[in-house]
Design a protein around this ligand. Structure first.
Ligand SMILES: NC(=O)c1ccc[n+]([C@@H]2O[C@H](COP(=O)([O-])OP(=O)(O)OC[C@H]3O[C@@H](n4cnc5c(N)ncnc54)[C@H](OP(=O)(O)O)[C@@H]3O)[C@@H](O)[C@H]2O)c1
Length: 263
């Protein structure tokens, strides 16, 4: 009984348990969230905060054995499931999606991403192999992961797909020449996710593209700490924006402050 009450409380905290579900004995609803790149940075913090809210979390990492912090979280919370996933490995993506095919995933968070490093994308000495890798991780993989897990998302109650993008992917906000690979990869991510939004809108799913701002993770190594915001603060701001997703607002590109960003 206590466990059922706790699950209902968890569902209510996620803002999605309907009165009908609460009234139906034995059908307590625990939402499932899947996060890519969950072993560190923003992804790890999503796992921590969603687990604290009572969600079941499928936390994917390309090297689970080396994911000490994530494994410690999972050891303390049986609702966190750690899965191996290199998002650029389509065979792995398909195999994992097939394993979860009969399970609903309420929120799919495409978080894994790379910058490619400043030095490799300097005009005049660009390393195009790095550009290909940045596109594979930041652009192609999120579309593939989303496509592969769409049946699980559509089988869920919330049907939400999130892409962690960047204001660097806003073409009209660009006013300097830094990080062209990363910027191009995120601009393309934004476009493809807007496409997915319209693809899945008739099926009741929603898509949101989020900019976390400058966050204190390995991604921003080298920038002065005072310019960066803590992951806990940022993820604490992003989760309500995910809670607010609906088919009416699908396809939007928002900053962590909830303000719409220009394309
Ligand atoms: N930090 C910021 O200020 C900032 C700003 C704008 C946007 N973002 C976006 O936020 C997202 C998360 O970044 P972060 O700041 O948390 O960076 P991070 O600390 O560098 O973490 C990146 C995550 O992506 C994973 N990853 C990279 N390649 C992967 C692959 N092929 N398959 C699976 N996972 C892979 C990494 O796993 P490994 O440990 O195995 O490498 C790691 O878990 C990214 O999409 C990034 O573009 C961040």
């Amino acid at each position: 009984m206590f466990a059922r009450v706790m699950m209902l409380v968890a569902g209510l905290a996620m803002g999605m348990t309907t009165m009908a579900e609460e009234a139906t004995p034995g059908t307590a609803y625990v939402p499932t969230v899947m996060v890519t790149g969950a072993n560190r940075g923003i992804g790890l913090e999503f796992v921590r905060q969603y687990a604290e809210r009572g969600a079941r979390v499928i936390a994917t990492a390309r090297d689970p054995a080396g994911a000490q912090e994530l494994n410690a979280l999972a050891a303390a919370n049986p609702r966190i499931i750690v899965e191996r996933l290199d998002v650029t490995d389509f065979a792995q993506v398909d195999a994992l999606a097939a394993r979860y095919a009969d399970q609903p995933i309420d929120v799919l968070i495409n978080n894994a991403g790379i910058s490619g490093g400043m030095q490799k994308q300097m005009y005049g000495r660009m390393d195009y192999a790095v550009f290909e890798e940045v596109l594979r991780v930041n652009t192609i993989a999120p579309l593939k992961v989303t496509e592969a897990f769409t049946p699980s998302v559509l089988a869920s109650q919330q049907k939400r797909i999130v892409a962690i993008s960047s204001s660097e992917g806003s073409v009209s906000m660009v006013d300097s020449s830094r990080l062209p690979f990363m910027r191009a990869s995120k601009a393309a991510l934004n476009m493809e996710m807007r496409n997915v939004a319209f693809q899945l809108k008739p099926k009741g799913a929603s898509v949101r593209i989020l900019n976390p701002g400058l966050v204190d993770t390995d991604f921003m190594k080298g920038l002065p700490k005072r310019m960066l915001r803590p992951t806990a603060t940022v993820v604490g701001e992003l989760i309500p924006l995910i809670d607010a997703m609906s088919v009416e607002n699908t396809g939007s590109f928002l900053g962590y402050d909830g303000k719409e960003l220009p394309w």
